[in-house]
Design a protein around this ligand. Structure first.
Ligand code: ADP
Ligand code: MG
Length: 700
């Protein structure tokens, strides 16, 4: 008996090779196949009288083959199958190239449904033809049409399977699927929403009933779609809800203490008064830390709002309580910068701040590793290097992850796992729209810094073309003359992108020798040796180096308040969020600052429009929403491993209302079904659906 869990290779008619190919695409079971829903539906249900066809009309006709013939052309191998199909009103010629098997599929006398566009014949006799239409021969025993003569599902291709083949396969699977498929949702939910039964929803989402509303279907708003989308979101959110509960019932450790002495020391470390928004975020974090329940919090705030200092104070709080803190950043440059500024801020406290990046090697690294194990180093700043096996802590209590969107879910999990019971604070400048946050960070608490430190002025942003280059250079020179500093950024798809790297190196050479022979022009990129890069960055930070040519290694986090100009070359190659990050490198001090987006010679209108959005707004939220809309959630978040669950049906933008509904119900179910027997079924279904990925969901 066929079941949803039946593996695809057990299907007759699929073949082992195809089953393997499908498996590679993540389709293992009948259920996986059935959740490959059509992306579009076409109404081929109304038959057009053949006599009323006109050129350019796409239509479905039904008739009988009166003659058919297979011809070979002189061009080698080419065959033409030609049939004359007739209904009560008239007849039309139908032509197929290179499908000789049609001679047996469409013999004279066979009833057939055809769907396609009528065109004026370009071969042989003149008149209207249907060339290569979708067709379906109706055999005597099976008069049920699946490819035409109905609302027809159109599928995205799968390995070795055309839309048509998928249609046939799914149709045959649906025929032998048991008549009843249990509803995995908790009792009542489907009824309240008047959802169709599960079996019906699946079947009709593929082969809708004749009276189904086509535009509803195409908008994924039919009752069948709504049900399946709800189900998918419900179980995702249930995963979040359960993992949150799990955390809440974890044996509460003693919370951190805060007394007046600690408060005074925190205050002493502060170089400036916090903004109200920073104070609020800090309080939320401190409350978590003092509660004793494990923290899982996202600190979000636009570029330059001052997240670092809030994290540092939280870190100091943990250290004052005798614990260790790890602070992980995505690039060496950024880790080094944090290390420098934390050391300065913690100077008065006597606490050691360690640094661990790929550039820290040999005995320096051994020292750090030993210091972490013994507890002599209470506070470590680093990159992925912190995740190495031999990096162990004596008592890691707080893990802080900066620019967390740059890390995969698994990496964040690994850092957390270095402590027995770690509080986690992740930080990002990317304002994530709520629906996305709910799917990606479903079990994180959120703190937002929605205010800039005083005295900031947004960078004036302009889009310039090649013709303005000389003027741009003049402007850079005038800024440097006033004592300011300049970034010139080159787009690199990856830090391993050779051509991009070469362009950046050439740019630096050109600027250094031709344009600004009297000024110093530095260069940083991801391929430089650590010492060389450090030397350049140190010079830039100190103000001695006026112009820095860089790849995207400086995209996130870098903080040099005296730098006032950000020039982005071939700006159209960057995503909006990336441009926003780059622009965030300037405007960090009190001087007026500028962002110049150079549109490359091949930038089209679309690209220009995107850049104009940057020029017209500084609102990170608006920019993120545009970016998300234009690139979709996957690209927007960067990588798959950024934690985007692979939804099969639901779309977080399109279906955000269903998402909210499902989330509410899932959290309710998690709290009310805590001990009920239904809970077991729910969890079983949950595990089957999100197998293996659940463990990862729980860490931001
Ligand atoms: P981000 O949130 O983008 O990580 P940073 O933490 O790098 O921002 O802070 C940006 C700059 O603002 C830094 O130079 C920092 O020292 C400064 N800054 C942060 N908070 C304040 C504040 N309350 N008052 C003045 N300057 C601040
Ligand atoms: Mg930062």
């Amino acid at each position: 008996m066929l079941e949803l869990a039946t593996p695809l290779h057990a299907l007759r008619g699929l073949g082992p090779k195809r089953a393997r190919d499908l498996e590679e695409r993540g389709l293992r079971t009948i259920e996986d196949l059935l959740f490959h829903l059509p992306f579009r539906y076409e109404d081929r249900s109304r038959f057009f009288p053949i006599a009323s066809l006109v050129p350019g009309l796409r239509a479905t006709v039904r008739g009988r083959v009166v003659t058919s013939v297979l011809r070979r052309t002189r061009a080698r191998g080419l065959t033409i199958f030609e049939a004359l199909v007739q209904d009560d009103t008239g007849s039309i010629r139908v032509i197929f190239f290179n499908q000789p098997y049609l001679r047996t599929a469409l013999p004279a006398g066979r009833d057939v449904i055809l769907h396609g566009e009528a065109t004026v014949a370009r071969y042989g006799r003149r008149g209207l033809v249907l060339q290569g239409p979708q067709f379906e021969a109706l055999s005597d025993e099976d008069q049920e049409a699946i490819h035409t003569g109905r609302v027809v599902p159109i599928y995205a291709r799968l390995p070795g399977l055309s839309s048509r083949a998928i249609r046939r396969l799914i149709h045959s699977v649906l025929k032998i699927l048991p008549p009843l498929i249990p509803d995995p949702l908790p009792p009542g939910l489907s009824e309240e929403r008047a959802f169709p039964a599960r079996r019906e929803a699946i079947a009709f989402a593929h082969f809708p009933p004749q009276d189904a509303d086509l535009s509803n279907l195409n908008a994924f708003r039919s009752p069948y779609h709504r049900r399946l989308v709800f189900e998918e979101f419900f179980f995702l959110q249930l995963g979040f809800a359960l993992s949150r509960r799990q955390r809440e019932v974890l044996r509460a450790e003693a919370g951190l203490r805060v007394d007046d002495a600690i408060r005074a020391r925190l205050r002493a470390a502060l170089p400036f008064p916090l903004t109200a928004a920073q104070r609020k975020a800090l309080k939320e974090i401190a409350d978590d830390l003092m509660s004793g329940r494990p923290m899982n919090r996202l600190l979000q705030g636009d570029v330059g709002c001052g997240k670092t200092v809030v994290a540092l104070l939280a870190a100091l709080l943990a250290v004052e309580n005798g614990h260790q803190v790890a602070f992980m950043a995505p690039t060496e440059i950024l880790a080094e910068q944090h290390h420098r500024s934390f050391r300065v801020m913690l100077q008065g406290t006597g606490y050691a701040v360690g640094l661990l990046t790929a550039g820290v090697t040999g005995s320096a690294r051994r020292q750090v590793v030993l210091g972490l194990r013994s507890g002599a180093i209470p506070f470590i700043v680093g990159t992925h290097a912190l995740l190495e096996e031999d990096v162990r802590f004596s008592s890691l209590r707080l893990a802080i992850i900066d620019e967390q969107q740059r890390f995969g879910v698994a990496q964040r999990a690994r850092l957390r796992a270095k402590g027995a019971r770690t509080d986690v604070l992740v930080m990002t400048a990317t304002p994530i729209p709520r629906s996305l946050a709910l799917t990606v960070y479903g079990d994180l608490d959120l703190s937002v810094i929605d205010e800039m430190p005083p005295g900031r002025r947004p960078a004036r942003t302009v889009v310039r073309g090649e013709e303005s280059r000389p003027a741009v250079y003049d402007f850079l020179r005038s800024q440097v003359k006033e004592g300011r500093q300049v970034y010139v950024v080159y787009p690199l798809v990856e830090e391993t992108d050779r051509a991009g790297l070469k362009a950046a190196v050439e740019m630096q050479g050109m600027l250094a020798h031709k344009i600004f022979p009297d000024l110093r022009v530095g260069l940083v990129h991801g391929r430089l040796k650590t010492e060389d890069r450090d030397a350049v960055m140190a010079e830039f930070v100190s103000g001695r180096l006026p112009i820095l040519v860089a790849t995207t290694v400086i995209e996130v986090g870098i903080d040099v308040p005296n730098a006032t100009v950000m020039v982005v070359e071939q700006a159209e190659r960057f995503g909006l969020s990336q441009l926003h990050q780059l622009r965030g490198r300037v405007g960090r001090g009190t001087h007026e600052s500028y962002c110049i987006l150079m549109a490359g010679p091949r930038a089209g209108d679309d690209a220009r429009r995107r850049l104009d959005i940057m020029a017209s707004t500084h609102d990170g939220f608006v920019i993120a929403r545009e970016d998300l809309r234009m690139r979709g959630p996957g690209e927007f978040l960067g990588t798959r491993q950024a934690g985007l669950p692979d939804l099969r049906i639901g779309d977080i933008l399109r279906d955000h209302d269903i998402l909210e509904d499902a989330r509410k119900e899932a959290f309710w179910a998690a709290s009310t079904l805590a001990t009920a027997p239904q809970r077991r079924d729910l969890v079983l279904h949950l595990e089957r659906r999100w197998a293996g990925r659940l463990g990862l969901i729980q860490v931001g």
